[in-house]
Design a protein around this ligand. Structure first.
Ligand code: G6P
Length: 607
């Protein structure tokens, strides 16, 4: 969701700004723009649609400059259009912004009354006029931005430049991420490090309320109180190859196939001698787990589905009550927190606005502590949490989450087993769970071999308008995740039901035009699921069944695929794989934009 890049250098930066935006495309956007300082003033290129359109404009107009800001916009206030695309300009000032300025209407009226003319419908334009107003009052760019940020209510990451001070960029963050990159004789700003990986590996993650002032020679950071602060410079191990398709047609397909490796990475150093190393939850893990009387999980989207799977595990393996909830609901209700409750957030990006807000609220509510399951080191959620269990999926670029989800499941399985161990889980079940985790990368590699058969199956979905996914127990959330994947990237309306609910409504929809996808692991609910499938077949519905080895005998469906035998911990991960592949192939056949589906953003940094 929205991306910022800023560069101050001694060479032409336009192509680097555009490349930086391309690396941020995965966040989701619907227009893009760039502004650079030239001898004649600020030159601006903006276009609705893809960043590649900016590249074409650049070829036509030949704009060049040593200092510039660039932006991908995901529309919130005002339609996606060239006029609403950033950078926004007022007099000498141009600005890009991520986030939402909640008091923009009042500010707009005040500025209009003072003669400022608005050319867009965006909330961002007020920032450009406010900075310009400060400059007219005599402030330099740094002082102007420092004066403006306290006036803004909401969430923002900003980058600004002014014709009065060529070569200078000033940035600020509150509620939306912004990183500083350090080069040799050039310095950078961006929403996340991916935009800058071809240019540098050295970064500072700005803290909430920071303002940064940079030019080609160096960087100065000021804390919330306006005073200079030192922030740590970190060297990343990520390389720009991580955001390469590596020969695959889409990032999503590459990320699906990376799963055996990233699952192994997420397990590495966390299991030894047939045990989960509880230290992964911090030095005081055992006393904390002993004190844990209940667990409250909060997340959004795919991460919420991981939380729903974990709820079953935590209750069944540890005998500890667990609720999993959507962050946007949690943050606006009045949750009752019983003593001894552990709060867990799950987030791939670590920047999802609702999850972050939920975490901030939870801190004041008397939980034991907060644990984040997250994929991005240095993200806001990681930094705000007492305890962190990192997933090691590496950068996930496809908007539809795949490897992030399965690595979340692995991290949550480690947690559930560790908690179970402390709470009296039998040695046998514990050992079996750990063994399943050890074997999981190989099982997933096996499931991936079904790719070609699933591709053939996908053809049956191309002309469908709807699809119904069924599962029970931990596989109900797996079915929910399958339905979410299909709707996100193929735009087929898909719903998931706990199979036991079939007769309470969705059965009315079942006919030959409604494919029904059933997820059938070999667990204690399999017989019940088999009878649900019979109910579908009796109504003429076309069944697509994913079964665990050993279950298939009773099932009469030509569309049946057999998955490796896996067990209670491994099965939700293994069964996710064919569902990911199915939605991928359906989307490819329908010709959608698989990696950047319409209207969706990778990282939802506004409410
Ligand atoms: C967006 C993404 C989803 C993701 C959700 C939560 O909707 O498109 O893939 O599951 O946000 O994001 P998080 O980064 O908090 O896991």
């Amino acid at each position: 969701m929205c991306g910022i890049v800023g560069i101050s250098a001694r060479r032409d930066v336009v192509s680097h700004l555009i490349e930086g935006l391309q690396a941020l495309e995965y966040r989701g956007y619907d227009s893009a723009g760039v502004a650079v300082m030239t001898d004649e003033g600020i030159a601006r290129l903006r276009a609705k649609g893809k960043v590649s359109a900016l590249g074409e404009l650049q070829l036509q107009r030949g704009v060049s400059g040593h200092c510039g800001i660039a932006h991908t916009r995901w529309a919130t206030h005002g339609v996606p259009s060239e006029g609403n695309a950033h950078p926004h300009v007022s007099g000498d000032v141009s600005v890009v912004h991520n986030g939402i300025i909640e008091n923009h209407e009042a500010l707009r009226k005040e500025l209009q009354a003072q003669g400022f003319e608005f050319t867009s419908q965006t909330d961002t334009e007020v920032i450009a006029h406010l900075v310009e107003r400060e400059q007219r009052r005599g402030a330099d760019l740094l002082a102007a931005v420092k004066a403006v940020v306290p006036v803004l209510h909401g969430a923002y990451a900003i980058a600004a430049m002014s014709r009065r001070e060529p070569g200078r960029l000033v940035g600020a963050r509150l509620g939306s991420p912004l990183v500083v990159g350090y080069g040799d004789g050039e310095q950078y700003l961006a929403s996340d490090i991916h935009a800058l990986l071809p240019l540098t590996k050295r970064f500072t993650y700005l803290a909430e309320g920071d303002v940064v002032d940079l030019d080609a020679d160096g960087v100065r950071i000021f804390g919330e109180d306006g005073e200079p602060v030192e922030r740590e410079i970190k060297e990343t191990t990520f390389s720009s190859d991580a955001i390469d398709k590596g020969g695959y047609r889409h990032f999503m397909l590459k990320e699906i196939h990376e799963q055996p490796r990233v699952l192994a990475d997420t397990l590495e150093g966390r299991i030894a001698g047939g045990k989960v190393l509880t230290e992964i939850l911090g030095v005081d893990a055992v006393p904390l787990l002993e004190k844990t009387q209940s667990v409250h999980i909060v997340a959004c989207g795919t991460s919420y589905h991981a939380g729903l799977v974990a709820r079953y595990w935590i209750e069944s393996l540890a005998g500890v009550p667990c609720t999993a909830e959507i962050a946007s609901e949690y943050r606006y209700r009045s949750p009752v927190v019983k003593d001894g409750t552990l709060f867990i957030t799950i987030s791939q990006s670590g920047e999802t606005a609702d999850t972050l807000a939920a975490l901030k609220l939870a801190k004041a509510r008397g939980y034991l502590t907060q644990l984040a399951v997250c994929n991005v080191p240095e993200s806001s959620i990681v930094r705000e949490s007492e305890l962190v269990l990192m997933t090691r999926a590496g950068p996930e670029i496809g908007v539809a989450s795949t490897k992030a989800f399965t690595t979340q499941l692995v991290a949550l399985a480690l947690f559930s087993l560790a908690l179970g161990r402390v709470k009296g889980l039998s040695e046998k079940r514990y050992a079996s769970g750990v063994r399943q985790l050890e074997q999981l990368p190989a099982m997933v590699a096996e499931a991936l071999k079904l790719d070609e058969r699933i591709q053939a199956m996908a053809e049956r979905f191309v002309d469908k308008q709807h699809a119904l996914f069924l599962g029970r127990g931990t596989h109900w959330p797996v079915a929910m995740e399958g339905a979410l994947k299909l709707k996100e990237i193929s735009y087929i309306h898909a719903e998931a039901y706990a199979a036991g609910e079939l007769k309470h409504g969705p059965l009315a929809l079942v006919d030959q035009d409604m494919p029904v996808i059933a997820v059938a692991p070999n667990d204690h609910l399999i017989d019940k699921l088999l009878s649900n499938m019979e109910e579908v077949r009796a109504r003429g519905g076309e069944l697509f069944v994913f079964v665990e080895d050993g279950v298939g005998r009773g099932i009469d469906s030509e569309n049946m695929l057999v998955l490796p035998a896996s067990g209670e911990i491994a099965a939700p991960v293994v069964f996710t794989i064919p569902l990911q592949l199915l939605s991928y192939h359906v989307a490819v056949l329908r010709g959608t934009d698989v990696d950047q589906p319409r209207n969706l953003a990778k990282s939802v940094t506004v409410e």
